[in-house]
Design a protein around this ligand. Structure first.
Ligand code: OFO
Length: 173
């Protein structure tokens, strides 16, 4: 049985995953408007991944008999100067998510909540990949700077990203 304190913390984080989805959907729209169709695709795939993360929390909580609370979502930024700025903001956001996941894991350990510890393990690993992807793209975008041809090459690479629903994921949105 999950404690009220633990389920409240997971519920709060579930809403943050939904915020992440909205953040990246808005970035997809911005990239599209900048003419960067590959980046628009990359952020749209990221949006779909965040919806899976959201649904993983939703399913875990409902499977534990918790009635979830959807909080009013905050407006997300939708103005960026460059693709580099978008990825710098993305990395900062993912570092925040990593910190939150680590705090949730710590709470689960303190409460000796083994089920929640196991549930969170997937996210601990996932966050390494999330941050690493962002750092790679930031490094490439810094290398090309303002060179339009270089940006289009990075954009073409981002067009290759394909959404793959994780095995056993609750919902492929
Ligand atoms: Fe759900 O990992 Fe990003 O936010």
């Amino acid at each position: 049985m999950i404690s009220k304190k633990m389920s409240d913390s997971l519920n709060t984080h579930m809403n943050l995953e939904l915020f992440s989805a909205h953040l990246y959907l808005a970035m997809s729209s911005c990239a599209n408007e900048m003419g960067l169709k590959g980046a628009a695709n990359w952020f749209f795939v990221q949006y779909r991944e965040e919806m899976i993360h959201f649904m993983k929390f939703y399913t875990y909580l409902t499977d534990q008999g918790v009635i979830i609370s959807l909080l009013a979502s905050k407006a997300v930024p939708n103005k960026y100067k460059s693709l580099l700025e978008m990825f710098q903001k993305t990395l900062a956001h993912e570092q925040l998510i990593t910190k939150c996941i680590n705090e949730l894991s710590e709470q689960a350990v303190q409460e000796k909540d083994h089920a929640t510890q196991i549930f969170l393990q997937w996210f601990v690993t996932e966050q390494i990949e999330e941050e690493n992807n962002d750092r790679d793209l930031i490094a490439k975008l810094k290398l090309v700077g303002d060179n339009g041809h270089g940006i289009l090459m990075v954009d073409a690479e981002m067009a290759q990203r394909v959404f793959v629903a994780p095995v056993g994921s609750p919902l492929a949105v």
